[in-house]
Structures are given as C-alpha cells and as structure tokens.
Design a protein around this ligand. Structure first.
Ligand SMILES: [Zn+2]
Length: 247
C-alpha cells in the first residue's frame, strides 16, 4: 500500500481517488472547516473498513495562517487530532514576522509535548532555529515535511527526526541527499497535495493519475537507493508510521 505521509485535501475527488487506488494518507487540516470535512470523510470510511490502513488526520496552525486563526480557539481541534501539524516557521514564503510565527508555533509545540502527540514540521529558511527548538524536546516525534536545505541534514537526522520526502525527489539535490543519508526507518514519501505538485512542476493540469505516478516513482527511487524491493519498502514505511504516531 502506498502511504502519502503529508497531503492536503485541496482538490475535489482526491480522497476518493486515494481510496480507490489503495493510497493511505495523513490528511492535513489547518482550520475548522477543513477539520470537519476531513473528519467526516475518515469516520465514514473507518466504519466500512476493517483494515488498519485508515487515513489519519493532522491538525495545526500553519505558519502562513497564524493571523487567521487563534490558538485558544483551535485548541479543541488540536486535542482531537492524533497528529499535530503542519506547524512551523517560514521566512521565505510568507511576510508574517517571525516573532508572530514563533509565538503560535511554541504554543502548539508545548501543547504537543504535554499531550504526547507526534508533530509534522514545516521549516523554510529557519532550519538552524527550528533545529534548536526541536532539540529541546528529545523525546518527541517530529516528521520534517519536504525538507529543502542542503545544510543541517546530518543534524536533523541526529535529532531523530522522521522525513517525508517531497514530490520533486529526483529533481532535488537536497531530497536525494536526505534519502541517501537518513536511515530507512525514518523515511516517508508525501505529495503535499495537488496544489504543491502543480507548483513544483509548474503544471496547472496535473491529474490524479500523475499524483499516483509521482508517489510510485519516488517510492521506486528510494527502494533503488536503499537497495530493497518496493514491497519491502512499503512494509517498512507502514512500520515507520506506527513508530511515528506512537509517542
Ligand atoms: Zn503541507
């Protein structure tokens, strides 16, 4: 089974496509409306599915959205979510001052620590600062999503992080380096949703079939680099998911 370790329900029909094609996903939610929509979907399918490969939900206030939603107001949803995220810091893709992002990030990080939940991390332009922040919580489980800095890879691996590798694996020197260096027990693949694929490949016309093909392509690439079969890698990634969510 394919596992998309970080995606957004950002195009009608994506979750249905995943289900029809045996793709399990961690679906990210960043506001109440997304939470309700995705939770309804997950609950409906849990009832008709006896396997243990149900979709999982993550909830977190994204660094680009720290002015749109309030931590206190979102706390009930953070409580319900099995995974906190994506949360983080970004000095490249948003003009929101870092101080504002830090405040909301730290609130959520503390919340995840106190409730012993795993965390999906967004870091862009803030990699050394983020490293310091997460190293203060050595027993927490962090999945760094689509890591994109050639520096600090060894340090993040040493900090015990999991990594979800972005869709542009074969086009990205950083992702290739990360896959070579990180233990296989710490690796996942992700799409980050349809919008991210369109952005990464500068193609507005990307279809669901291409979404699946990209995940399969990247899984094959990791299997080749790690010199194991696709089947074995899929099993390892399922086991990785169990490890990641069991804080
Ligand atoms: Zn994302």
């Amino acid at each position: 089974m394919l596992l998309d370790a970080h995606c957004h329900n950002d195009q009608a029909g994506l979750l249905e496509f995943q289900k029809q094609n045996g793709i399990q996903a961690i679906i990210n939610c960043e506001n109440r409306a997304e939470w309700q929509k995705n939770q309804t979907w997950v609950k409906k399918h849990e009832q008709s599915n006896n396997t243990d490969d149900n979709d999982l939900l993550s909830f977190g206030i994204h660094p680009w959205k720290v002015n749109d939603v309030d931590f206190k107001e979102m706390q009930p949803l953070l409580k319900q979510a099995q995974i906190i995220g994506e949360i983080g810091l970004d000095t490249v893709w948003t003009s929101i001052p870092l101080e504002q992002q830090l405040q909301v990030f730290k609130q959520q990080l503390t919340f995840a620590f106190e409730t012993q939940k795993p965390v999906i991390i967004h870091t862009k332009g803030t990699e050394p600062l983020m490293l310091d922040l997460i190293k203060a919580y050595p027993n927490m489980h962090f999945m760094v999503h689509w890591y994109s800095d050639l520096n600090y890879i060894d340090e993040y691996i040493q900090a015990g992080c999991w990594f979800s590798i972005g869709v542009d694996l074969l086009e990205s020197e950083v992702s290739m380096s990360l896959v070579h260096k990180a233990p296989i027990e710490k690796l996942f693949i992700e799409s980050d949703g349809m919008e991210s694929i369109k952005w990464a490949f500068d193609d507005e016309q990307v279809q669901f079939k291409q979404y699946q093909a990209l995940l399969e392509r990247n899984l094959q690439a990791i299997a080749d680099i790690k010199q194991i079969s696709i089947n074995k890698l899929e099993k390892i990634m399922s086991a990785n998911l169990c490890d990641f969510i069991n804080v």
